[in-house]
Design a protein around this ligand. Structure first.
Ligand SMILES: [Fe+2]
Ligand SMILES: [Fe+2]
Length: 188
């Protein structure tokens, strides 16, 4: 089993938040209603936005533990990297049309509103996670980890939804059942 797949599967299971080190890094953020409210926002089928940011947070934490960087900053930056409060699939709202380009800036603005000042590494995790879709690359180990974790989690989400063979492997390796509700349980 590859490191990316293994990390993704562990990240999708709610048990990862009970790991003392990781849980200690993120428990204050996860308790905030603004974060828990992401459970009501769809993201990739069948994950909610809360499931996605939890998955990216844990995967970025694991990447930093393995390859270097501050795992706490990566864990917190991963949780905050998509902190926006709307369903980007709803194109009846014209402000969503440039979501791919604009949401990192919106998420950073929301993180600052939530936490006050955000340190430069965490800000880089949030603001540059969409590279190469956006032009400026992440420059710190932690923000590179968040950007990589975002690609890992997003691509596996889509593969699980579209390819029965990957879905069966996910169900076998996690014990989860593929359905529209499972993502809501990841970080509660
Ligand atoms: Fe994003
Ligand atoms: Fe993301």
């Amino acid at each position: 089993m590859s490191f990316a797949w293994n990390t993704y599967c562990r990240a999708r299971l709610p048990e990862h938040t009970a790991e003392p080190e990781y849980g200690g890094y993120v428990e204050d953020l996860l308790a905030m209603p603004e974060l828990q409210g992401l459970a009501a926002i769809p993201h990739h089928i069948p994950t909610t936005l809360l499931t996605h940011v939890c998955c990216v947070s844990y995967a970025a934490y694991c990447l930093c533990k393995r390859y270097g960087g501050d795992p706490k900053i990566a864990a917190r930056g991963g949780l905050l990297h998509d902190l926006y409060y709307y369903d980007w699939h709803d194109f009846s709202d014209k402000s969503h049309r440039w979501h791919g380009v604009l949401h990192p800036g919106r998420a950073l603005k929301n993180a600052r509103a939530l936490l006050g000042e955000v340190d430069k590494r965490t800000a880089d995790c949030i603001h540059r996670h969409m590279f190469p879709f956006t032009p400026f690359p992440p420059i710190y180990r932690e923000s590179i980890a968040v950007s990589l974790a975002d690609k890992i989690c997003s691509n596996y989400d889509v593969l699980i939804a579209r390819l029965p063979s990957v879905r069966r492997r996910f169900e076998r390796d996690t014990g989860l059942t593929f359905n529209a509700e499972e993502g809501t349980q990841a970080c509660t």
